[in-house]
Ligand binder design. Structure first.
Ligand code: PRX
Length: 651
């Protein structure tokens, strides 16, 4: 494609239509034919009859131990899905495959950063999960108990999650890039009885000693009775006798069979902590039944998952994308997935393209930040490889800028692969606004709410608005929706359901165009999106303020070419502290210790004061406007308007 054509294509009105021969073979087209549905409009219409729709969809995807009595029970703000069903997600993710022809099908192709490869069949997984589940039972872990998991991208992480689910325990996975303190706080909030971790793992050619980090956290986690340690690198680790146990030793004599606990379809499967507007992350609760249906449906339709596909969701399992689309949905569909341990550009910027060529990956799902990183390295790297196995591409986590969309489309997909820009959240559990492989695409728009789901853009008066920025809302319950915030029903009600009565507030500023396509513009609340990951401004502020030299801090996000947003902080020091370069570095490192490397501020400015209201609330909106050289609006109501000028001078 000539470069001048790209300029035309970047026009918002320009539409990419998928090829007919491709469309005709898709799962969604087959479903439409079966139900006599002629076109997309009719399909969306059918989806409006949502109870009927979810009933139909669930039939093809899951097997209940005991059928449900009712599809949904909606008592705002709480929904129950597949009410009365007995179920366990592990039945669909593993047990049924281990008893079918898929027994010897590869479930996971694992590539370690140093280049070591493992292939795990469904039967291999089944056995390892059963053994670990039996060992956990022996340690006294029971239905409803919480298990904190702190593991990198190795196959034992999904195994640990499935073992918990199998016996009805609730897993709470913490991203291995989070710090010991962040892990400790999440373990304590969930009151985990057991922790599962590993010795160390590889990242950018170096080892990250995770057990050492876990041990720091475990000094202050009174609920934890045992720690299971998996071997990745075979390094020696610090050891607490009586508490710590080697994974390989405790499973050695365990039975290869373990009965899967029959649960209520709405029993909790996991908690996953995500950032909000306060300094404390929220433990989002997801359950077995609805989550299984929602994740499997979306993967089957949006990425057209078929048995012969090699699926690669290049996210980390520590985030919702990995939970839903590396672990649960692909396993329910009996897919073969790639798991890669390390950094995307290690040892060379063509590591990913090498993996795609080597394993004949058919579908790649990643973030705009990664695409922009590869764009920066240039197309010469993908050009070294045969990427012709690819048939679909995906994007998630942040708005994709049209330039990155075009680069991805042209240089990775060779103009043959539709790009599925999927909008969703930790809270939604699965894709919500997303194209189907039939949808005409506009680069930069996640298109429409999928059939069976429904979104709108509201102004402040709860009126739907078109062609203007507004509040993205989800207007009726959906199967994979969160079931609350652990131990915090008030925050659940307040955050999501109070601005518009019984309507879910997503927290994103969005515009709907004349074709009804959604254009997500970014967070409306005080939450940053750094490389597609949610980080609360106030969490970073709390981390800074926990340093003995800091009196106050304000954190804002600035647009960043690669990461989407960068973290900028304004710090007021205590009287006896000197604003030295050394202290700046110490604060940067301190945020790393408190939260994890991903939250370390890109900029730290020392100021005498930060703009505040008379009631003492930090005015991030004003700070951000000033920092970006924009109009700050009326500042006369501030308690300290002079602080605004100081922000402007801190350059
Ligand atoms: O702001 C939206 C952005 O990521 C937020 C959800 O973050 P998290 O719960 O960490 O889940 C990320 C992965 C699902 C959303 O509120 N976001 C997610 N996907 C998109 C997006 N923004 C624009 N386009 C997307 N496709």
């Amino acid at each position: 494609m000539a470069e001048e054509n790209i300029a035309v294509l970047l026009d918002e009105k320009r539409v990419f239509k998928p090829k007919e021969e491709f469309v005709n073979q898709t799962n969604v087209k087959q479903w439409m034919d079966k139900h006599n549905i002629k076109n997309l409009d009719e399909l969306y219409k059918k989806g409006e009859n949502w109870e009927w729709f979810w009933e139909e969809i669930s039939k093809d995807l899951v097997e209940w131990y005991k059928p449900y009595d009712k599809v949904v029970e909606w008592n705002p703000p709480y929904a129950k899905w597949f009410v009365g069903a007995q179920y366990n997600i592990v039945h669909d993710a593993l047990d049924k495959h281990a008893k079918s022809w898929r027994k010897n099908k590869v479930a996971f192709i694992f590539e370690g950063e140093p280049g070591d490869v493992q292939k795990w069949t469904y039967n291999d997984l089944y056995i390892e999960v059963n053994k670990l589940a039996n060992a956990m039972k022996k340690l006294g872990v029971k239905k409803g108990d919480r298990v904190g998991i702190y593991m990198p991208m190795i196959v034992e992480l999904p195994i640990a999650m499935l073992a918990c689910a199998k016996i009805g325990a609730i897993h709470s996975v913490v991203f291995s890039g989070f710090s010991a303190n962040a892990f400790r706080d999440r373990v304590n909030d969930s009151e985990a009885k057991l922790v599962i971790t590993c010795d160390a793992f590889w990242r950018r050619g170096k080892k990250v000693y995770l057990k050492e980090q876990a041990d720091v956290a475990l000094e202050e986690t009174p609920s934890v009775q045992h720690v299971i340690v998996c071997k990745r690198t075979e390094d020696a680790v610090p050891w607490t006798k009586g508490r710590d146990l080697w994974w390989n030793e405790i499973i050695k004599d365990m039975s290869k069979e373990c009965e899967t606990e029959r649960l209520d379809a709405d029993d909790p499967l996991f908690f996953l902590y995500t950032s909000g507007t306060t300094g404390k992350p929220k433990g989002i609760i997801h359950t077995h039944g609805g989550y299984a249906v929602g994740t499997a449906y979306t993967l089957k339709w949006v990425f057209d998952m078929k048995d012969e596909d090699i699926w690669w969701c290049a996210a980390d399992i520590g985030w919702i994308t990995g939970h839903s689309y590396i672990v649960y949905a692909p396993l329910i569909l009996g897919a073969t997935s790639v798991i890669y341990e390390g950094a995307p550009d290690w040892l060379q910027p063509d590591r990913w393209w090498d993996i795609i060529e080597k394993y004949n990956v058919t579908t790649l799902y990643t973030s705009p930040t990664s695409i922009r990183l590869f764009m920066r390295y240039g197309e010469k790297w993908p050009q070294k490889h045969d990427l012709s196995s690819l048939r679909l591409l995906g994007s998630v986590g942040e708005p994709i800028n049209p330039e990155a969309w075009m680069w991805y489309y042209k240089h990775i997909g060779s103009e043959n692969c539709p790009i599925m820009d999927t909008w969703w959240q930790t809270e939604t559990g699965h894709f919500y606004i997303s194209p189907l492989p039939l949808t005409p695409l506009k680069p930069g728009s996640a298109t429409k709410a999928l059939p069976g789901l429904s979104a709108e853009v509201y102004n402040e008066k709860a009126e739907p608005v078109q062609n203007a920025g507004g509040n993205l809302v989800l207007t009726h319950p959906w199967p994979g929706m969160l079931r609350g915030i652990y131990k915090n029903p008030e925050r659940y009600q307040e955050t999501y359901w109070s601005k518009f009565k019984s309507i879910y507030l997503a927290g994103d500023v969005t515009r709907k165009d004349d074709d009804g396509f959604f254009w997500i513009q970014g967070r409306a609340d005080d939450v940053l999106n750094v490389s597609g990951h949610r980080i609360g401004n106030s969490e970073v502020e709390s981390a800074l303020v926990s340093h003995p030299m800091v009196a106050e801090a304000a954190v804002i996000g600035k647009p960043h070419e690669l990461k989407g947003e960068s973290i900028v902080s304004y710090v007021v020091l205590k009287e006896d502290a000197d604003p030295t370069e050394e202290l700046r570095k110490a604060l940067w490192a301190h945020v790393g210790t408190e939260m994890g490397k991903i939250a370390r501020p890109d900029e730290i400015w020392f100021v005498h004061d930060v703009p505040k209201t008379r009631s003492g609330k930090i005015m991030r909106r004003v700070i951000r406007a000033k920092a970006l050289g924009k109009d700050t609006g009326d500042t006369s109501t501030l308690a300290n308007p002079e602080a605004v000028d100081e922000i402007g001078n801190a350059k």
